[in-house]
Design a protein around this ligand. Structure first.
Ligand SMILES: Nc1nc2c([nH]c(=O)n2[C@H]2C[C@H](O)[C@@H](COP(=O)(O)OP(=O)(O)OP(=O)(O)O)O2)c(=O)[nH]1
Length: 139
């Protein structure tokens, strides 16, 4: 069996200490995923450190620098299984520089206000993740 490809992504919030708004990005490509929303991020390259990969992806995709918070630990050996092919690690983050813009594979980025995190059509695999972090933020 081949190992799943590691994807790293960020749940960018307005304030790590008191998250209210969550940044979601709408995919423009590929056609099969277009129109669905996701956590910005991407695949870790061979021999690349996952955290370095995350900073690289956020710089390339959104043009931002971030400060990372805690990892959002998932049920699949600490990660989140997305599909047969992909597994994702996710970190909370807040902006440290730049204004997020849909530069590469997205056509819109949107701040979702508290109570509205589940109102956009997330990628299928992301729904349970957004539910999990929404439950924590709503406490
Ligand atoms: N970035 C990201 N990918 C996700 C999420 N949920 C989810 O199922 N995926 C899937 C979509 C893609 O099939 C895969 C990640 O690929 P990607 O297209 O973001 O990776 P990448 O930026 O490195 O893309 P590329 O350069 O290889 O085109 O994981 C998510 O929340 N964020």
């Amino acid at each position: 069996m081949t190992e799943p490809v590691l994807v790293v992504a960020a749940a960018i919030v307005d304030d790590l200490d008191d998250p209210r708004a969550l940044l979601a990005a709408r995919r423009a490509v590929p056609a099969s995923l277009a129109g669905r929303w996701e956590f910005p991020g991407g695949k870790v390259e061979v021999d690349e450190d996952p955290v370095d990969a995350l900073h690289r992806e956020l710089r390339e995709e959104l043009g931002v620098r971030v400060r990372l918070g805690a990892e959002v630990v998932g049920p699949d050996e600490g990660a989140w299984r997305l599909t047969e092919k992909y597994v994702m690690r996710l970190w909370y983050a807040e902006l440290a520089g730049g204004v997020p813009a849909p530069l590469v594979e997205h056509d819109e980025v949107r701040w979702l206000a508290a109570g509205h995190w589940l109102t956009v059509p997330w990628l299928d695999a992301d729904v349970r993740i957004v539910e999990a972090i929404d439950a924590v933020a709503s406490v």
